[in-house]
Write a new protein. Structure first.
Length: 500
């Protein structure tokens, strides 16, 4: 036994996050920590990593009580953490982020950049050999930044590594590499705490699991002793069937048509991020968009939303009328909205309240004589909080204090309040739990039944296959295939997504 938590309790204003929770982690074993968003998983690992102290209970390392005052003390004791919300400095390079606070020095006491870049390249070679250690992290996509976080934790050579949703933005190839590294770490005697919502990962890597629900300890067992259905039942407190089920709506009315969309690289005009992509979308239809990292899916949605007008070209028709959006504001006014992949950085203002975030894109509905009308705002926001079942103690709760699933619902509420015709969803279920995913699927079902057109980007093949009516596959910026739902299989989709 390496790390143990006994009777851990923690309260925040208005909520008891943990109530007498326990956890035991053993050397050379991966312990999966499971539960819905809001179950207390992140609070527990933050306590274990020294981010904040518990109100009650104790943490033991090698059988001795410890009280880490900050993450650096935890790291020095051999406990490293990969946070779900990436903890990187965007203006520093990959290598500088990897060795932040422990930079190698020259004999004169200056930072040895050459050595730092060489050592960073060694760690990156195991995960992402194409990444240049000198690249500013802010230029990387979310999945690449996740790789940097993993490399950073691995380079610490910690005795206990806490991984919070480490595969949420990784490609299948990167996940396979990570799982291989996890196997090596276990053989080296490293203890791993692993938070995931992807239960299909557990048989490949997990040895033990603990389930939390509503801040309470539910059960802890070896993975091989418990079935998938029982894990889900412990997590949500009920049976959860037909996760992906939705009512199909047959429609032929076209709401969006895109012809020959092309987007150039911001620094190299000769390189195309999206190359001559065409597609159409019907009212009441979900169009799935699948591709590996770097396929151009996110760039395609961003271009439609008016984010790159000076580098893009295309013919776009919305409800039959030719349109061109040179800004997101024009896209929103026309009825086309985008829920981005990185909800915290691009979809929300975390320092604002739930009410302020939901009303942000439709202030005209909440103003009176040019001033914000608090009563109108509360009425508008309250409708969507109830409709989407957003769990918040009040409309004035700061959005950063909500769970990941509820934050995603706030993003969706903001766009639904604008009454859109087309909803672009970029990885809408990334990093949220099973129950929250089901609620997102149910909401999509309700929206398409009402005639909304949805373009869904997802890296999860089972999700794409189950939710989409048609599936468009991209590879290296090009459209490589399109399948009707009955004709699509994991094999033919993945074949179209792989570079030739």
């Amino acid at each position: 036994m390496v790390l143990e938590a006994r009777g851990i309790s923690k309260s925040f204003p208005g909520v008891k996050a943990l109530d007498e929770v326990r956890l035991t982690v053993r050397r050379g074993r991966l312990h999966a920590l499971l539960g819905e968003n809001g179950a207390g998983k992140s609070t527990l690992i933050n306590i274990l990593a020294g981010v904040f102290p518990p109100d009650n209970g104790e943490v033991l390392l090698d059988g001795r009580p410890v009280a880490f005052r900050n993450p650096r003390e935890a790291r020095d004791a051999g406990v490293a953490i990969i946070f779900q919300e990436l903890n990187l400095v965007p203006h520093l390079s990959v290598a500088q982020n990897l060795f932040l606070g422990r930079e190698p020095l020259t004999r004169t006491g200056l930072i040895d950049d050459a050595r730092m870049n060489r050592e960073a390249a060694i760690w990156l070679r195991r995960l992402a050999p194409e990444l240049d250690p000198r690249t500013p992290v802010g230029r990387l996509r979310v999945g690449q930044q996740q790789v940097v976080e993993i490399a950073k934790a691995l380079s610490l050579k910690a005795r206990v590594i806490i991984m919070d949703e480490p595969t949420s933005a990784l490609t299948e190839q990167e996940v396979a590499v990570l799982f291989e590294l996890i196997g090596q770490l276990k053989q080296d005697g490293v203890a791993i705490i692993y938070i995931t919502h992807k239960l299909d990962e557990l048989p490949a890597i997990a040895d033990d699991l603990t389930v939390l629900r509503d801040g309470r300890f539910i059960d802890s067992r070896p993975v091989q002793e418990i079935a998938h259905e029982e894990i889900v039942r412990m997590m949500v407190g009920r049976n959860l069937s037909d996760l992906y089920g939705r009512v199909r709506v047959e429609t032929r009315e076209e709401v969006l048509r895109v012809e020959g969309l092309t987007l150039t690289h911001p620094e190299r005009a000769s390189k195309l991020l999206v190359r001559d992509v065409s597609f159409h979308l019907h009212r009441g239809e979900v169009l799935g968009l699948f591709g590996l990292m770097g396929a151009g899916r996110t760039e395609l949605l961003e271009t439609l939303f008016g984010l790159h007008p000076h580098r893009a070209s295309a013919k776009i028709y919305l409800t039959g009328q030719p349109v061109w959006f040179d800004s997101p504001r024009r896209a929103i006014d026309a009825g086309l909205v985008l829920a981005p992949e990185d909800r915290k950085r691009e979809g929300l203002v975390l320092s604002l309240s739930v009410a302020a975030n939901v009303s942000l894109a439709c202030l005209k509905q909440t103003e009176r004589l040019g001033f914000l009308d608090a009563a109108r705002e509360a009425d508008l926001v309250g409708q969507y909080v109830r409709r989407l079942r957003i769990k918040t103690p009040s409309l004035h709760r700061l959005t950063r204090f909500l769970s990941g699933g509820n934050q995603q619902k706030v993003v969706l509420a903001k766009w639904l309040a604008t009454r859109p015709k087309v909803l672009l969803l970029d990885e809408p279920t990334r990093g949220i739990d099973i129950a929250a995913k089901r609620e997102v699927y149910e909401l999509m079902d309700e929206l398409v039944a009402g005639g909304l057109g949805v373009v869904l980007v997802s890296s999860e093949l089972p999700e794409i296959l189950a939710v989409a009516d048609r599936i468009l596959v991209m590879c290296e910026g090009r459209k490589t295939a399109e399948f009707a739902r009955p004709d699509a299989t994991e094999e033919n989709i993945m074949t179209a997504a792989l570079p030739k």
